[in-house]
Design a protein around this ligand. Structure first.
Ligand SMILES: [Fe+2]
Length: 209
């Protein structure tokens, strides 16, 4: 089995396990979640193909599995998907994907640590795990790709945060710090790809929430 096939099988297992858990997705949410994973995989691969130093197949796999932590329902089961995904993928012998399942949550580490409502022991574990890591281009790539779509539809950073802020009642400080940091990441990859990432992905910059 190739690494890509293994990643697809693991994502199917995430869906199947969640479906039979005490907190399953509704059919609509499952569809949206699956669409989101495919979209992040596609965006990661597309940017990696245009950049100079990233492996497109590896990027696709990392994007596909970045939200494997959704195997549990964060809200109802009191888990943090960054750690759940990390543990799930370590157990399945996918250390690079495990790392991304954790790091994609921390595009702005200090802000993100306080933003997620995680249990005290998960907070401490996340803080300590972050100290052991220095982010690389794959971490940055999936952090950005995760934001360039909303429920599976490709969009700008600003659109994504408008939509998320409305859904989750985020305060302005979080939204503006997040948008600022993600635009820095976008500029980083614009330069690497020698083009505007929005043009590369054919993202309509005029649509608003
Ligand atoms: Fe995601």
């Amino acid at each position: 089995m190739s690494e890509t096939e293994k990643a697809k099988a693991l994502l199917n297992n995430v869906l199947e396990t969640r479906r039979h858990s005490s907190c399953p997705f509704s059919p609509e949410l499952e569809q949206m979640f699956y669409g989101h994973c495919l979209s992040v995989a596609y965006i990661s691969e597309k940017i990696a193909s245009a950049a100079r130093n990233l492996n497109p197949e590896k990027s696709y796999i990392l994007g596909l599995l970045h939200d494997a932590g959704r195997i549990k329902d964060e809200k109802n089961e009191g888990t943090f998907h960054g750690l759940t995904g990390f543990d799930y993928l370590i157990k399945n012998n996918m250390p690079d994907a495990a790392r991304i399942a954790f790091t994609h949550c921390f595009y702005e580490p200090r802000l993100n640590l306080s933003m997620y409502r995680m249990k005290p022991q998960d907070y401490v574990r996340s803080r300590e795990l972050l100290k052991t890591m220095s982010f690389n281009d794959y971490d940055y790539l999936v952090q950005l790709a995760d934001i360039l779509n909303d429920c599976g539809r490709q969009c700008t950073i600003e659109y994504r945060f408008d939509s998320v802020a409305k859904r989750h009642n985020l305060n302005n400080e979080i939204v503006s710090a997040s948008v600022r940091r993600l635009n820095e990441l976008k500029s980083y990859f614009d330069e690497k790809c020698n083009c505007d990432i929005y043009d590369l992905l054919e993202i309509d910059q005029k649509i608003s929430v």
